[in-house]
Every structure is written in C-alpha cells, then in structure tokens.
Write a protein that binds this ligand. Structure first.
Ligand SMILES: NC(=O)c1ccc[n+]([C@@H]2O[C@H](COP(=O)([O-])OP(=O)(O)OC[C@H]3O[C@@H](n4cnc5c(N)ncnc54)[C@H](O)[C@@H]3O)[C@@H](O)[C@H]2O)c1
Length: 348
C-alpha cells in the first residue's frame, strides 16, 4: 500500500511511521509525509529517513500544507495512495478557545479538503486521529470506563472540531464508499523506546513531558491543577498510553479494516488510570529528583476521570500493548527530554 501521512513530522504520526518502517511489512510500499513543520520537526523526519534506509523501506518527506490543494493533488497523482493517515491538526485546547477559527480552518476545513481529494482520487482508506476528550463527563463516577458508544459532549472548540470531522468522515463514507478508521486517543505519553524520536514541540502541556522537563531543571516547577476532584488523591485521573503502543494500534486497526473492507472506530488506551499525583511521584521516584510541585486551581473543562474501555481494540483487531507500565512511560519521556536537551532542540 502507498500511504500519505499528514502531520508525519509530529509526535504521534512519526511513531506510527517508525513502527511501519521497522516492521518492514510488505503491506506498505511507500510512505509519504506532508507536513508544514508548524509544530513538527525536521530532525524527526531526518531520523525517519535513516530508519527507512536501515530497513530498506521507501520514505519521502514533503514540506507543504494540507490546505494547498494543488500540491496535495500533485502528490495524489504521483503516488496513487491506497491510504491517507490524517494526523495534521492544531491541538492546544486553550488556544482553540482563544482562536477558534484557526481550529475550524486547520482541523475541519482542511479535513474536508483532504477527504474531497481522497474521494476524487479513489483512495480506499482514511485514518483519522481523534480524541477521547469529546466524551461526556456527566454521570461518570470513579472506576467507570468510556467505551466507543459513551455519550459525546465536546466542551471546547478543539474537541468540537474533532467531533465534527468524525461526523463528516462517516457521512462521506456512507455516501461515497471510502472506508475509515477513527481512533480516539486517551492520554498519549512517552517516547520511542529506543530514544530515536519523541515529542519535540516547544511549550507542550503534556503532563509526562512537563514532569520530565521539571526533573531536568528546564522548568522551575510543575503545577497540579485541582486537588479536590472526587478521586482517591483528589487529582485528575487519566489513561496514559505509550506512544509506541498507540503506533501499533494504528497498524492493527488499519490492517483489520483493509482485511474486512469495513469502517471502524476504536478507543486507544490501556483501560487503566493514574492520577496526576501518581505520575508526578513516579517521575520523582525514577529520577530521584524531588522537583518543585505547586498546587493550582482546577482548569475549566478538565474531567475528573477519563479511562478507556479498550475491549474493542484488544478483542477485534488483536492489539497487544507492550509498554503498559507507568514507570516505562516516565523513563522514555525522561530519556527523550534529556536527548532534546543535549541536541538543543525543543526547549520551552
Ligand atoms: N497528543 C495527544 O495526546 C493527542 C490526543 C488526542 C488526539 N490527538 C490528535 O493526534 C494528531 C497528532 O497529534 P500530535 O500530538 O502528534 O501533534 P503534533 O503537533 O506533534 O503533530 C501535528 C503535526 O501536523 C503538522 N501540521 C499541522 N497543521 C498542518 C497543516 N495544515 N498542513 C501540514 N502539516 C500540518 C504539524 O507541523 C505537526 O508535525 C492530531 O490530529 C491530534 O488532534 C493527539
């Protein structure tokens, strides 16, 4: 299969590409990345080039924007893609509140443009990165898990754009026959277990990354937002999935959809929750550094509890996670942050 990956210089997509390249699967002939490097990194695509050549796989990076219809069309003409994996998006929640139109353009309008071209060029499969943050938190109590049919109630523009895209993709699939894989990620964390690639976006707000940066002294303190949630230690609980396991979930899900020529929606998480405080304590224990933690007010829109029911992903497509351990996730996040520091890349 020839695959177009939008946002392939970014955090999650680059791990999916690495997984495909290292797997040397015959299913994948050519991987083409389109990225405008707004938050992605050239260092990452250079690493992917190296990984591709070590594994005798075909990989190509194009600097460009998904909104550039003529350019995207020229790629579709040249490569006759079987699959588009659409990761490119804007994803900072507070920014989406302050500048919603940026989000509606980059996430919704660009997805429509891309889908339109995909349909015109008879691309068979469209994989879309979505988010568990759109699940409704009403009537959820500690210990519940969110399955794919849990009610939806996106509470910020970012989550709304993802929900809109899901509906647009479903409608297009029904009308035009293109098959889709929609993956709703829970909290993605950690970095490549071999420490070659990782999240390189400056100013990222991901807890594990911030904890690693604080342990390394890049930040002077870490703030925990809210200590009075109805959870055992009062801090929010999330399902942290290691990015390499998330990468394998993409390939398992895509292979399933290709095999059965179906369309599917999957939750991606381990089904296990850790509190913010537990993550911070794990990072402190692993590094041996008692970095400064301050306690702040709750942030608007943060649900107390968000843990996946990932039964579908595990039972239907046979996904077997390998790094379902908070210490491994912390270690890989820390190792990558150290490397970024040595490389002088991506500091906040
Ligand atoms: N990180 C998470 O925890 C998380 C959770 C749920 C969903 N997601 C979704 O996963 C996807 C990838 O997220 P990520 O964490 O890897 O983010 P990221 O910022 O690292 O990656 C996004 C990539 O898309 C590129 N990009 C953005 N707009 C573009 C455009 N118009 N044209 C070309 N390239 C463009 C950026 O340069 C970047 O390389 C996003 O769709 C995001 O909404 C992420």
């Amino acid at each position: 299969m020839n695959v177009l990956v939008t946002g392939g210089a970014g955090y999650i997509a680059s791990h999916v590409i690495k997984y495909i390249l290292v797997g040397k699967s015959n299913n994948f002939s050519q991987i083409v990345v389109l990225d405008n490097l707004s938050t992605g990194s050239k260092y990452i695509t250079d690493e992917l080039h190296k990984i591709a050549s070590e594994n005798d796989m075909k990989f190509k990076f194009y600097l460009g924007d998904v909104s550039d219809i003529d350019f995207v069309e020229s790629l579709l003409d040249e490569y006759q893609f079987d699959v588009i994996m659409h990761f490119a998006a804007s994803l900072i929640v507070p920014e989406s509140v302050a500048d919603p139109l940026k989000y509606y353009y980059n996430n919704v309008v660009n997805t429509i443009r891309l889908l339109d071209l995909a349909i015109k060029h008879k691309v068979k499969y469209f994989l879309f990165s979505s988010t568990a943050s759109q699940y409704s938190n009403e009537n959820v109590k500690y210990g519940d898990k969110f399955s794919e049919d849990h009610p939806i109630n996106p509470v910020n523009p970012y989550a709304r754009t993802k929900n809109m895209c899901e509906n647009i993709i479903r409608d297009c699939s029904n009308a035009y026959g293109i098959k889709y894989v929609i993956l709703r990620y829970f909290n993605v964390a950690g970095a490549d277990i071999e420490n070659r690639i990782g999240q390189s976006t400056p100013n990222s707000t991901h807890l594990m990354k911030v904890a690693a940066q604080t342990a390394l002294g890049i930040r002077d303190k870490l703030t925990i937002f809210g200590t009075d949630y109805p959870t055992p230690d009062g801090t929010c609980i999330r399902d942290y999935i290691h990015v390499d396991d998330l990468a394998s979930a993409h390939v398992c899900a895509l292979n399933y959809v290709v095999k059965y020529n179906s369309s599917e929606l999957f939750n991606c998480g381990y089904g296990k929750g850790y509190s913010v405080k537990q993550v911070v304590d794990t990072m402190k224990a692993f590094t041996g550094i008692d970095f400064l933690v301050e306690y702040g007010e709750r942030r608007a829109g943060d649900p107390a509890y968000l843990v996946a029911d990932s039964t579908k992903l595990k039972s239907l497509v046979g996904w077997k996670p390998k790094y379902d351990d908070i210490s491994i996730i912390c270690k890989s996040a820390y190792d990558w942050e150290r490397k970024l520091l040595d490389l002088k890349l991506g500091n906040p």
